[in-house]
Write a protein that binds this ligand. Structure first.
Ligand SMILES: [Zn+2]
Ligand SMILES: [Zn+2]
Length: 133
């Protein structure tokens, strides 16, 4: 049985993920705010080899302040944001599309410097103003 399963709003894009979660955290950067339409994005990173995706995706790539190229992949039919890719060999799943909610346990907050004033922060996990170097 896969560890994590999920799908987009319309169900055209599905994924099954196995193996360990490499890391997971909340990102409060303005890019994540704009692409998600939410105060922050909770991303769950796994090795790409451990994630099987079906369905048609469209992608948008952009350059971030570190100079790195990031790619967001979304469902061509309903537009749900599905995957974030930056680091080679890794894929970021979006917490909201994952069925197994008990596995969503963010370990950190990044780009806390641009969080919305109304966003409540969990003081039990570290918060970084930007991306820790
Ligand atoms: Zn869809
Ligand atoms: Zn971000």
């Amino acid at each position: 049985m896969p560890k994590l399963t999920g799908n987009c709003l319309c169900g055209a894009v599905r994924f099954e993920a196995d193996g360990d979660i490499a890391m997971q955290g909340n990102c409060h950067c303005t890019d994540c705010q704009q692409v998600s339409g939410s105060p922050f994005a909770t991303l769950v990173f796994m090795e790409s080899d451990n994630v099987e995706v079906t369905g048609e995706l469209k992608s948008f790539s952009h350059t971030v302040d570190s100079g790195n190229q990031l790619t967001k992949e979304f469902c061509t039919h309903c537009g749900s944001q599905m995957f974030a890719k930056g680091r080679p060999g890794m894929i970021g799943l979006r917490a909201g599309s994952i069925n197994e909610k008990e596995h969503i346990q963010p370990q950190f907050n990044v780009y806390a410097g641009s969080k919305l004033p109304c966003t409540l922060m969990d003081d039990d996990i570290p918060a970084f103003d930007k991306m820790p170097g």
